[in-house]
Design a protein around this ligand. Structure first.
Ligand SMILES: *Cc1c(COP(=O)(O)O)cnc(C)c1O
Length: 463
């Protein structure tokens, strides 16, 4: 493809339009290991490789846009979480971040458990051979059918989210002649996002039962009375993309306080607490996530200390990382279609995907990085906005990033850290065909979720 020159784009030195970006990196060709999957590097020809395979040949073989997932990195992250928590705790991978049969098999092989939150996720998990007792079922409005299936197959736990659900699950379990292991999800009045947490007035959301006003204590009272339920613990999930342990500290303290109240009132020490997921990853070089062993140490210490203070046996802890396991392991590969410099503003780089394969930027104002990956360049940095091909001006993939000013149609660019909440949130907007997920490992690339086809589109359209 021709590298036709375009009129000189805005330079970072001349113009600094509003945006959320820092100075351009010293070397645009460098791949920050913080944001890229572990085996990603640049080869001698300047082409980026993953698992030993160049993005140029991967694009040729699998097309673009496509997600490339570093299998060895995924497995290593699973092991790091499992090892960090050891045998006294359970790690549940949050399937909503990204789930497929291959993922389920890897989780199973690496000794992790799995959170699902819909019948579809449950089916995928069971189909790929995850033992039901290693599955936790979540959600604020599980259907009766979903509950019946979960109880019938014998999931390890159902996390109860409302007073109505306590009765609903108990009733279904009894009708099936079963006693279902359950946790109660509580809202602890803490909401954490990225670098901050707020410890007041966050009961105003749809999940869980508030500790405030004795509601959670009442939920425990009711659950303990029902024959169909075996109440094994309390669950709390406080947010997402969290870097600061302070929110977990407050959450753990409040959950342990509830355990102490339950003991005082009922003479029962609930054996488990689940502190949820939400651990942050690096989307850009400005993010500094903690390693699993730091997180494990901090959480275990907090819970142990609070339990000692309350005179309780330390319960078994579980955690539910989704993003922190799969997020960093994949990148999205796009081909540049057009490059449009807007004088005094920035250069719009249009790629062959967009909000249909990554809705997070439009949905949460998420930040991402991007690099030219099919070659190196010594051209000057150009303030860019990577946009998709959808009929929507909010169709932005990377809001503000620097790309080399000689970027041209036909170049391949990649957005790292798209393993979580990208393919799983992908849509068919504009009848886009959802991209494949290709697992790469030791020089081998294999499709684990295939690209959608126009036939798939027409097959659903039965009018
Ligand atoms: C979303 C969610 C998770 C996973 O969150 P991450 O930010 O991906 O770690 C874990 N537990 C529950 C209950 C969730 O809703």
């Amino acid at each position: 493809m021709s590298r036709s020159a375009h009129p000189a784009g805005p330079r970072h030195a001349d113009v600094l339009p509003e945006g959320h970006y820092s100075a351009p990196p010293a070397d645009l060709n460098r791949l920050d290991p913080k944001v890229w999957a572990r085996t990603v590097e640049r080869n001698a020809q300047g082409v980026v490789t993953v698992g030993g395979r160049g993005v140029d040949e991967l694009a040729e073989e699998f097309g673009t846009p496509a997600y490339f997932l570093d299998e060895s990195d995924f497995r290593a992250r699973c092991r790091a979480w499992a090892d960090a928590f050891g045998s006294d705790a359970d790690v549940f991978y949050a399937g909503k971040a990204f789930l497929s049969r291959a993922i389920v098999r890897w989780l199973k092989e690496e000794g992790l458990n799995l959170d699902v939150c819909s019948g579809g996720e449950l089916t995928t998990a069971l189909d790929a051979g995850m033992p039901a007792e290693r599955i936790a079922f979540h959600g604020n409005n599980k259907s009766e059918d979903e509950i019946r299936r979960a109880v019938s197959v014998g999931v390890g736990r159902i996390v109860l989210d409302s007073f109505q659900e306590i009765v609903r699950v108990a009733h279904i379990a009894e009708s099936l002649g079963k006693r279902q292991r359950v946790q109660i999800r509580v809202t602890v009045g803490v909401e954490a996002h990225t670098h901050e947490f707020i410890a007041t007035a966050h009961e105003d959301q749809k999940f869980g039962i508030a500790l405030a006003g004795g509601q959670a204590a009442e939920a425990v009272r009711r659950a303990l009375r029902l024959d169909g339920l075996e109440l094994i613990g309390i669950h709390s999930h406080i947010g997402s993309q969290i870097f600061d342990m302070a929110g977990f500290e407050v959450s753990a303290r409040r959950v342990v306080q509830l355990l102490a109240e339950v003991r005082d009132e009922h003479g029962v020490e609930l054996p488990e607490i689940d502190l949820g997921g939400g651990l942050g990853i690096a989307y850009t070089s400005d993010d500094d996530p903690r390693e699993p062993h730091h997180i494990a140490k901090a959480l275990t210490e907090i819970v142990t200390r609070e339990c000692e203070a309350a005179g309780l046996r330390t319960p078994r802890i579980s955690v539910e990382p989704g993003r922190a396991i799969v997020g960093p392991t994949a990148f999205t590969l796009y081909r540049v279609g057009t490059v449009k410099p807007l004088e005094g503003l920035r250069t719009y780089v249009s790629v062959d995907g967009g909000m249909s394969d990554n809705i997070r930027t439009a949905l949460y104002d998420a930040e991402y990085s991007v690099s030219l990956v099919s070659r190196t360049s010594d051209a000057e940095p150009m303030l860019s906005r990577v946009v998709g091909k959808h009929c929507e001006s909010g169709d932005i993939v990377v809001k503000d990033a620097f790309l080399p000013s000689d970027l041209a149609p036909g170049d391949l660019i990649a957005v790292p850290a798209t393993g979580a909440y990208c393919r799983s949130m992908a849509s068919n907007y504009n009848h886009a065909l959802r991209p494949p997920v290709v697992a790469v490992s030791d020089g081998e690339a294999r499709v684990i979720v295939r690209r959608e086809t126009e036939e798939d589109l027409l097959r659903l359209d039965v009018g």
